[in-house]
Structure formats: C-alpha cells, structure tokens
Design a protein around this ligand. Structure first.
Ligand code: 6R9
Length: 651
C-alpha cells in the first residue's frame, strides 16, 4: 500500500497481524509513556530480572549545573544474568550467537545459550585471576569474533566497566582511551582477518601500551594463530586460561546506576568523550527497542552488520538481542568480500529474518548492481533497518525493492551513542514509513524542534534543531571523569533539554526528518569523527602550522573529509608531502579519518577575533562560490580569493 501523494507506506496486513505493537497500541502506549513515565517504565522495568527490585522509577533532572539522570536507582541486578542465566531454563540449547567468519570457506559457529554461559563464566574467572575488580576498567580491542561478546558480558558479570575500542583505530587512539579511563587491562587478538586481509591488532596494542602505564596487562585471544611478539609477565593467553578456568562464576550484584560501559565518541571539540551508560536503564532500553523496533519474535534470526566497536554493536548485536533471548548473527567480514553478494549470501545461508545496516553500505552495494541480491534467496527477510546517517530516498528505494522485494518494512532508526538506543524510528506494524524519514518518537521520547538562535520550541510543521525535552532510561549518565564537560556538551545550549547536535524538520503529519549535524561533527560512512580531532592530528605533523577540516558531500560515504593545511614557513607544498600528511592522519587516528581532499592554504579565513570561519570553508569545498555570505567580518578577506583560486590544487 503506497499512498503516492504523501509518499507514505502503511504496514501490510500480515505485518500488522504479526507485530507486537499496532497503530492503536502505539498511540495509547506513547501517550502513557509521556503522561506517566513512572507507571510506564515501572512496568517495563519489571521485565528485567532483579536481585532486589527497584522501588523508585524515574529521578532525573536536566537543569544545567545539576544534571542528574537516575532510573530504577535502588534496584540491584546483573546485566550478564539478564542476557544469559535467565534464559537457561528454557533455551539452553537455542543458538544465542551465529558467528559467520570473514572467509566463507571457513565454517560458521552456532553458540548456544549454554555454551555462551560457559564461555562467559570462564572468561569472567580469567578476568578475576588477573586481578580485575568491580568498577575497574577493561579496554576491549577485538575484531568481530564471539570472544568480543564473551569479554563484554564477562566484565558485566564481575562488575567491571568495559570500553570497547573499534579495531580500526590506531595505536595512538587506543592508547588515549586506555589512559583516559585508566584501564587495568586491554583485551586484544593476534590478528584480525577482514576482507581477506589481516589487521595486526596485537602489534597495534603493543605500540599503544608503550604509551601507557607498565601495569596495564594485555590479554590476547589467539584467533588466527599468526606470529606475534610476546612479553612474558604482561601478555596473557586468554584461550589457554579459559580452558582451565572454572565454568561458573557467581554474578556480582550491581546497582541499577552502576556503569555498565564507557564508549568513546567524537564531539565537536577536543578529544573523544567517554560516554557512560548505566546497567539497568541502558539494558532495559536496548532490549525493549530491539524487541519492538525489529519486531523480534521467538525463532527469528536477527543480523546487525555493525561492529561491536560502535554503540550499534553494543545495543543491537550484544545487549538488546541477548537480553531478549534472541539469536544474533555476528559477521567478521565485509560487504564486498569475496564479492558484492556476501551480505545476501549470508542472509540466505542463515535464513536471516531482520537485517540492520547503514546507508553507506547500501549505497556501495547499490553501485555494484541489483544482480547481486537477485542471485540469492532473500525470502526469509521480514524487517529491514537502517542506522548511522540520513538515508537518501534512492538508497531507501533500492533497499526496499531489491532486498525487501517490497514486502519488508524499513525501520530508519535515528539515535546516538549518547542515547543508548533508538529515539526516533518506525515500529513495523504501527507506523507508516516515508523514505528518508525516521518517522515518530519511541516510547518515552519527547522530541523538541527548537529555533536554533532563540531556543524557542517550535510547534506543528517546523524546521530547527533537535533536542529531547525529558529523560529516557537509555540516556547516558555522564562523561567518564568529567561531569562538567557532560553538562556543557549536552545541556548548556538549550536549558532544560538534552541537545542532540542534529538539525531536524517536522512535517505536517508530525514525522521527523533528521537533516544532519549542526555542529563540527562529521559523519563519514556512518562513523562519527570530530573535525577538531583531525585538525589536531594534522598540526601534530612538524611541517604543519595550521589546519581546518570540514565535511564535503560524498556519494557513498555520505560525507568526505576536506582538509585545508597551512604549512610552516619555508616548507614547500608538494605531492610527496600531501601523501605523507594523509598517511600521517591515518596513523594518528585510523583509516576512517583518511582525508579525501587536502588543499594547501597559505591563510585561513578568520574573524578579527581569530575564529576560523568554517561556513566559508565548507562552501569553497563544495564549489559553491556564489553564496559565500557575509565576508566583511574577516580579518583578511583576500585569503578567500586565494583559496578559491587554488581550489583545483586539492589532490
Ligand atoms: C547510532 C549512531 C550519531 C549521529 C546522530 C546523527 C546520525 C544516526 C541516523 C542519523 C539520520 C538516522 N544518525 N542515525 N541521522 N537518520 N537514522 O549512529 O550513533 O555513531 O553516535 O552517531 O549519527 O547525526 O547524531 P553515533
């Protein structure tokens, strides 16, 4: 059913009949969640397994200077029990994790809940044997292997706080995170196969640890068996210790508000921020959104293609699906290895029912042609999902037609590392979709479209910036070690609300359309990257005096990285130096930060107070010279002419 006039598609009758939530349920439940959050979330909160039940539901304050977010605060529970133990009586032999290796010639693994339990318990005992205690931080730098989930849940079991660092990050980025959270140990693997190539994770960790306290231990999962260097006394073979560790480890009772994990993400200024999530509120929110947004049912095989290094992997590969007793697929590889049909081959092989991916992957596969999905049996699919950036209608339609064959609702889920789970998203049986719109708020979420300058809340059809007017259980609690920066970064712009940093439009039907970041955060292939981080990597190079980075539209990645570089006096620009700088940034941060363009800039456009005018730099990067706007406040307007003249010289 396609309402052509409004570009709106209502859920088909069979989807509605099967769904946990229909349109009437949505209206009723949403109204209650806003009018009486204590009643709504109190009921939902009791679906978790508690050691000591909570008596208080919501205790939150988003007032600048006294921000405090607490949910179910006097309850006591353990997250690993909720993801494992409570399922054992009924589903010990059900598959919890399907692991699909990089090389399709290697066998997939089916890990049952009983096996998951044994592995997590053994892993937890290994951590205890290394002196990890409740509240200690453990950095996980692993590829997409089952041990990544075991390690996360083992931390949760003993009350340690994990911080997963994406395996694509450089040794420097890893060291910064280990040092910022003062981790007691780091868990890594020998090497990581991806797309037929191997990333030397252990040697990256070795390089990172040179910059960390000597006390930090290194637990190594021997995954490929590749040759690695070994430091006796510091390095520990996890698998060897797991074999002899006891298969049971009593779960540590944790307060609802005890941190479950820290996840570093990019902001508009400074170094990455350590986003802290709680045990109960986060887990409940991840589980509930997973169940309702993907309409997850018994027997489904759910696949999210994200990496556990990002929040999507935390909430929708590990915690959400496992808290629901689901079957979650973990994929080690890439969409185009050995060929552009790999995703579809995996869907057919494991009879995947829900498939959750990013627009950048869809656009890349779209470019390879529709013959790839057509070669595989995709009839098991029921729901498709998108996350990470706005999905353009072309990609939406291709996904719908060639993957979903017009019968699978697409859930375009808007959310952030900070929000813990989906914020604005369709529910498959309840909310008609429009290509490109994340549609309606999830339960308990109060989106507010604000005038960016006055902060006034706009009603009805409106365009502005997106804030959230009240707390929800999955909300981040603080920034690790810096509550002041937390308040400053999210609650200082529009008092009393959480500011997302995104622009947004609400249409006449009350649908939300996210228009992208309004701050200096870039979204490269769905990965968040702060311009400030790339700039500081560039200026760390001895030949660079100054740098300014902006985003530029990119067909596949969504946004590309455009860097303007001013060299030190006496240094000559040239192709070798350009290549060297690009390599330098990759080594400092990681391949995801590789500049797409690098333009030499003898000067940067600055205000008289020295602020770089990025608005102008963005326009020049986009070849949009006609509308540079007001340049009269520039200290030296001539630099703009020079940058335009040298626009071609950008490599
Ligand atoms: C989950 C995740 C968050 C930023 C967010 C926004 C963008 C994510 C989106 C979307 C439009 C969607 N974003 N999902 N924009 N539609 N469905 O991606 O977290 O890495 O923290 O990025 O991503 O700009 O502010 P994170």
């Amino acid at each position: 059913m396609l309402d052509q006039a409004r570009g709106c598609r209502a859920p088909a009758a069979d989807v509605v009949a099967h769904a946990h939530v229909n349109a009437a349920d949505y209206d009723r439940m949403y109204a209650e969640s806003i009018a009486d959050p204590d009643a709504f979330w109190g009921r939902e909160g009791r679906t978790l397994d508690w050691v000591t039940p909570f008596s208080r539901v919501k205790n939150t304050d988003m007032t600048l200077g006294q921000v405090s977010i607490r949910w179910f605060e006097d309850g006591v529970l353990n997250a690993s029990v909720n993801c494992i133990d409570r399922h054992l009586p009924t589903r010990a032999d059900q598959t919890a994790i399907i692991w699909e290796p990089d090389d399709p010639a290697d066998p997939a693994q089916h890990i049952t809940y009983a096996q998951l339990s044994e592995n997590v318990n053994r892993f937890a005992n290994v951590l205890l044997s290394q002196g990890v205690m409740r509240g200690d931080r453990v950095v996980i730098y692993l590829p997409m292997i089952p041990e990544a989930a075991y390690a996360m849940l083992a931390c949760a079991r003993i009350g340690a706080i994990h911080s997963v660092v994406f395996a694509g990050f450089s040794p420097d980025s890893l060291a910064n995170r280990i040092n910022d959270c003062q981790a007691k140990l780091v868990i890594t693997a020998d090497t990581a196969p991806r797309g037929g190539r191997r990333t030397p994770l252990k040697s990256n960790a070795d390089a990172a640890l040179l910059r960390c306290s000597e006390k930090v231990r290194c637990l190594v999962v021997k995954h490929t068996g590749d040759q690695i260097s070994w430091i006796e006394g510091r390095d520990v073979d996890v698998k060897a210790l797991m074999r002899t560790a006891a298969p049971d480890c009593p779960p540590r009772p944790m307060g609802a508000e005890d941190p479950l994990f820290i996840l570093y993400t990019s902001g508009s200024t400074g170094r990455p921020k350590g986003v802290v999530h709680s045990t109960a509120g986060y887990l409940l929110y991840a589980a509930m959104t997973h169940r309702l947004v993907f309409d997850y049912h018994e027997g489904d095989v759910y696949w999210c293609t994200a990496d556990v290094g990002w929040v999507t992997g935390h909430s929708y590969i590990v915690y959400g699906p496992l808290a629901n007793g689901g079957t979650t697929l973990m994929f080690e590889g890439t969409p185009n290895f050995p060929d552009a049909g790999r995703f579809w081959e995996v869907v057919a092989k494991h009879r995947v029912t829900q498939f959750y991916t990013a627009p950048t992957a869809i656009r890349a596969l779209m470019g390879q042609g529709e013959e790839w999905p057509a070669r595989h049996d995709l009839s098991s699919l029921r729901i498709l999902g998108s996350v990470g950036e706005p999905i353009n209608p072309e990609a939406w339609n291709w996904f719908d037609r060639h993957v979903g064959h017009g019968r699978c609702p697409i859930v375009d889920t808007f959310w952030q590392t900070e929000t813990g789970g989906h914020m604005i998203t369709p529910l498959p049986g309840a909310i008609p979709t429009k290509p490109g719109s994340a549609t309606k708020p999830f339960f308990g979420v109060r989106p507010a479209v604000l005038d960016p300058t006055t902060g006034a809340e706009l009603t009805g059809e409106a365009e502005g910036v997106l804030a959230i007017a009240d707390s929800w259980p999955g909300q981040m609690r603080t920034l690790w070690g810096d509550h002041e920066r937390f308040e400053e970064a999210y609650f200082s712009q529009y008092p009393g609300t959480y500011f997302t940093g995104d622009g947004c439009r609400r249409d006449a039907d009350g649908y939300y359309w996210i228009t992208g970041r309004v701050d200096d955060v870039l979204n490269i292939s769905g990965h968040r990257m702060g311009t400030a981080e790339i700039e500081s990597a560039l200026v760390a190079h001895r030949d660079v005096a100054e740098a300014a980075v902006v985003g530029v539209p990119h067909d596949i990645k969504g946004q590309g990285i455009y860097a303007y570089v001013t060299l030190m006096n006496g240094v000559e620009p040239g192709e070798d130096l350009r290549a060297d700088l690009v390599k330098w940034v990759r080594a400092e941060i990681g391949p995801i930060a590789t500049p797409d363009f690098l333009q030499w800039a003898p000067g940067l456009p600055k205000t008289r107070s020295g602020k770089i005018m990025r608005r102008i730099l963005r326009k020049i990067a986009e070849d949009d010279f006609g509308s540079l706007g007001d340049t009269s406040t520039l200290a030296d307007p001539a630099v703009v002419d020079d940058l335009i003249a040298n626009r071609q010289n950008r490599g």
